[in-house]
Design a protein around this ligand. Structure first.
Ligand SMILES: NC(=O)c1ccc[n+]([C@@H]2O[C@H](COP(=O)([O-])OP(=O)(O)OC[C@H]3O[C@@H](n4cnc5c(N)ncnc54)[C@H](OP(=O)(O)O)[C@@H]3O)[C@@H](O)[C@H]2O)c1
Length: 431
């Protein structure tokens, strides 16, 4: 049976998972792939660290060139993460005519243009199934399963850590910090969880999905991002009372010739399937013109799930390699109907806003006067029980309002003497 040689960068969580699967499922993979996958070299900067799987000394190396300069290695798997030196490993592998599999969403989102262009130049494709949703086969579904479709919108719960935190707050009535600590305790959050809770990881994944659906690699700066760090238990409780769950959503939505892209906490109706996605799970709700509304769901992290996706990419790489040509001309075809990105201040949303105000007559009317000035129409107002001496939460729900108007009105309201905390606005999606 033909042998295909692999080189792997990064003997960490996912890297170890990939090695395990290659050993454990060798016979199945031989049958499915029609070849024998041979792991020739594994490169990691730390050769003494204790690992989950044993590798013989002649396979392990700390010298990247032993993979990059080996003409027998056909496929390079990059599982180092981060930008550098992951980018250099991939660029050099492509330049040397190798196929590349990666799980690195941060790198694809930040430097994808250069990488995809180089791949094209060398008649190669990059495979990146594990970069979004870990084991959920969302990448293949978007590029192959929905090949003839045009995408109307995507709503994604793309970060397991944030979803775990919001779920824990909602189910256990604990505040943000307690929920974050719980996520750390269970190993669902890094010690530095900023990328997750500030929405950056979701942004990276959204950029990858937008590339597949609309053929555009957008600049990260062009996407509005807000994380969950300022969501309080009060908001979670009040949202629930109003029939909503708060989720960190990554959203891409075609509006005529414009594409709206944003990542932010969102109130979604409790009965919607996305509201029922709990814990570290991810879900991607995709609406297309032909297939209709689809939901992809599963664990959004985990070395076994991510490793499964990486190995599934090896199958595609082997097929392309065997075909001996660039089989897929390009899988990310530009949607020419999309002319530009819509700026966040041009978007319109329904809103939930919590104000913390002094409990005294006339407060509501001073807030309403400012709202009216900015053409903001109130759908409902609820005054909650006092939280501190003389300070009372007021929750307002608004009909569709221009983002810019809402921002300007809230700036004015925040400066009223009777308003004691920065108002908390959360967008509502009636998915
Ligand atoms: N973990 C998941 O659930 C998951 C899911 C989907 C996608 N991903 C993606 O998969 C990739 C890998 O994630 P991971 O969780 O496996 O990370 P990880 O456990 O930190 O593994 C990365 C490995 O690469 C090594 N490394 C760092 N710099 C290197 C260098 N210059 N040369 C060679 N090796 C180097 C690290 O060594 P040190 O430990 O010594 O730094 C570590 O062993 C990332 O892009 C991540 O976003 C992860």
């Amino acid at each position: 049976m033909k042998k295909i040689y692999l080189g792997l960068f990064g003997f960490g969580n996912v890297g170890s998972g990939v090695i395990k699967i290659l050993n454990l499922r060798r016979s199945l993979l031989r049958k499915k792939f029609g070849c024998d996958l041979v792991l020739k070299k594994v490169c990691d900067k730390n050769l003494t660290k204790k690992r989950e799987v044993h590798l013989s000394r002649d396979i392990l190396t700390s010298d990247a060139n032993q993979i990059l300069n080996d003409p027998n290695i056909d496929i390079v798997i990059e599982l180092v993460g981060g930008i550098h030196p992951a980018k250099e490993f991939i660029m050099q592998a492509l330049s040397k005519g190798k196929y590349v599999v990666t799980a690195n969403k941060a790198l694809l989102a930040e430097q994808g243009k250069e990488i995809f262009n180089l791949a094209k130049e060398h008649g190669k494709t990059i495979y990146f199934e594990a970069s979004v949703g870990a084991g959920i086969p969302i990448i293949k579904s978007l590029k192959d399963g929905l090949a003839p479709d045009r995408f109307k919108r995507i709503f994604g719960i793309l970060n397991g850590t944030s979803n775990f935190i919001l779920s824990a707050m909602s189910e256990q009535n604990i505040d943000f910090v307690q929920a974050l600590n719980l996520a750390k305790k269970y190993g669902f959050a890094e010690r530095d969880a900023r990328l997750d809770i500030q929405g950056i990881d979701s942004l990276h994944k959204l950029v990858v999905l937008v590339y597949l659906c609309y053929g555009k690699l957008v600049n990260l700066d062009d996407v509005f991002v807000d994380g969950i760090q300022h969501i309080s238990l009060l908001d979670v409780i009040y949202a629930k009372e109003l029939g909503y769950q708060i989720k960190l959503l990554a959203i891409a939505e075609k509006q005529g010739s414009e594409l709206e892209l944003r990542v932010h906490p969102t109130l979604i109706p409790q009965e919607h399937l996305l509201a029922k996605v709990k814990g570290i799970n991810n879900a991607i709700y995709v609406s297309t013109d032909l297939a209709g509304d689809l939901l992809f769901f599963g664990p959004g992290a985990g070395k076994t799930a991510a490793a499964s996706a990486v190995v599934s990419d090896l199958q595609d790489a082997v097929r392309d390699l065997e075909a001996g040509l660039f089989r897929r001309k390009s899988f990310a075809i530009e949607d020419k109907a999309v002319k530009k990105l819509r700026r966040i201040d041009q978007t319109e949303s329904r809103y939930y806003v919590r104000f913390m105000v002094v409990d005294r007559p006339g407060v509501l009317s001073s807030i309403s006067t400012i709202l009216a000035k900015y053409d903001i129409s109130i759908a409902s107002v609820t005054q909650k029980e006092r939280k501190r001496a003389r300070i009372v939460p007021i929750v307002m729900i608004f009909h569709e309002v221009k983002e810019r108007n809402m921002r300007l009105a809230l700036e004015k309201i925040e400066n009223l003497a009777v308003v004691k905390e920065v108002p908390v606005p959360i967008r509502i999606e009636q998915i």
